[in-house]
Design a protein around this ligand. Sequence first.
Ligand code: XIL
Length: 756
Amino acid sequence: MPNKIARCGYALSLTGGLLLSPVALANLPPVIDPIADQVVSAGGTVEVVVVPRDPERVVPGLTVSNMPDGATFLDNRNGTRTFKWIPSSNDIGSRLITFEAIDASDPNLRSSVSVTVTVNSTGQASQSNGNQAPRVEPLSDRSVQVGEAVSFRVTPVDPEGVVPALFVDSLPAGASFDDNRDGTRQFRWQPNAQQVGDFTINFVAYDENEPSLRSGETVKLSVTSPNAVVIPSNPINPVGSAVEGAPFFVGLQDQFVTLGDTLSLRVVAKDDDGSVPGLAVDPLPERASFKDNGDGTRTFSWQPYPIDVGDTYVQFSTIDANNSSIRTNQSIRINVVRDPNRVVNFPPVINGIRNPTIRAGDTLTQRVQPVDPDFTVPNLSALSIPQGSEFVDNGDGTRNLNWLTDFGDLGDTQASFRAVDAVDSSLSFESTITVSVVDPSTFNRNGERLRDLADRRGFKIGYAAVLQASKVADSQLYRDIAAEEFNIVTPENSHKMGWIQPQRGLFKWEDADEVANYAEQNGMDLHGHPLVWYAQLPGWVQLLDPSNAQQVMREHIRALVSRYRGRVAVWDVVNESFEEDGSYRNSIWFKGMGKDYVRDAFITADQEDPNAVMIYNDYDVAWINPKSDAMYRMVQEEIAAGTPIDGVGFQMHLRDDFSDYDSVERNFERFANLGMDIYITEFDVAMFNGQNDGLQAEIYRRVMEICLRQPRCKALQSWGYTDRYSWRSNFQPLMFTDKYLPKSAYYEWQRVLRDF
Ligand code: XIL
């Protein structure tokens, strides 16, 4: 606004002067010579000489507005000034910089020139010698049918005119990347029927004299089978939605990082009303951090491992300071490439051991697994272990600290372990845990057990059992509390196809059997999960030709449902078929069979066990929205077609800002009116607003009340029960703490089950 007024003022004095004041006519405003917009890589230099001219030849004043931090605007002592700036990767994005010339004798006479400076990330930091990173000319994504050939030229360019070197990361089997002897290379490939699916291929140009100067271009190649239905895949939320009044990100862009380097990305968000919006990231990649810089920004840091080569998507959210329901999400792609000329050896680590708490009298079974990101097996030893315990070799690179405790062991005792890199013994990792042995009465809970209260109402109260519950360090305590509180259990992972059928026709039943036996021994129902899903698939299914999808799906369903016939009470037959907008997700099953796979799956499952309750399960469908509308239409159609579908599972992975209760109630009602049973299958409430146990408990209470008010709502099952083993453990979404103490949510459920 102020700019506009200044420009008006100038126009008025010019024309007004013409008519009214011959003296003013003599003085004309200065002008600035045109300046081109600038594009620079982070680490590069922008240098612009600003030349003002005044018709009266008096040297005008010069100012700059929106000057970036660290930039200079020095007087050249000849009437001009030089704007100079070396942006860093924190400055990625575009900004408008305005230079203004002010008449020496009349400050109302002024004119300005605005320049857009764009800082991009693709060029890696150039050195102070000004050498800039080469880049690869843009390439478009493409799709190719099995048997067809694809061929394209990859052209690297270097701002300095030297021919950069080129390499390709993740070249598909059978493809070639030949030198055209003109500085370019040719990518050629004829995919075979085993290669149906999406391939991400990174072409990287780098400076041979300075290999750290590099940038990449990624091409997505979709290989389709000749008879498949091709649906363009939905990018994960491409750009933040531009909602009026919502906070927005400044310069947040896709990133590129070379294996061995650490990505450090400053995340900046603004709000037009001047308030400082909140920032969040979900999911946070393993080992990444998102630290508060104390100035309203945060820094996302991540050192990728060899396993991360390729693309990782991360979604950032910025949340309005005054209304947490107003937010903007933006997903970025982080492209990790390997430099073939660089040897990177990562040290080993010992992951996944947290201080265990057990009851005196229990046996601690702490598995210690060292891992090396380079896929070598480290040497593991114990530095100190509690008296009376042993550290046994499991024969698979892991060891177990086994300790049968008694009341004499009450208190905290430490155990320390060391893993040494298999290749470079100077690289090692040490880890110490504190084992707390406590009096069993610590875990006593007031009031009645949830399962007793639920049994009395003919209701099911459930949890998802952690994978290999018999092998976790505190397995006795974990399983005892679960058996006391719940009358239905879902295996959190052991039924998933990637786990249970790692190779075609080869079934690994052990862990699923364990849960089935546990459920029987403790008089619990078993809830199978899931038969058909797009995620957690074994590699061989990810490479499957979609024309085989139907056969593979049916084999899988038959194998699982027949094995547990009469033992599984409820099956999640199909999980997560829909996208957020209500379209079908382009899974391998959808590629092979179109939407008919849903019906086919229910018919196949029902044939194997007509007595089990067969349900469709999905997330973000508990309230009314395009996705639950699509699910509703699907259920209507299946009922009309006579498909044996008995109910709907609503996952309900919530956050503590949830408030759409009315919508949930109406939504349940419309599905109930179709004759569907309702299961709340994966309930948890992530605490985003600090440690507000009360806010969380309120959501637990209200959802339980909605379920109990709805006669068709058969079960409320939480996705785990102790924060210790929650898939969202950072947000403590469950009703027991990580030390197995009941939280407010527990007592709310107890009270509602008793009194409501
Ligand atoms: C999650 C498990 O909790 C994790 O342990 C696993 O790593 C990933 O899957 N929807 C589902 C569940 O249907 O199977 C998912 O479970 C959570 C989302």
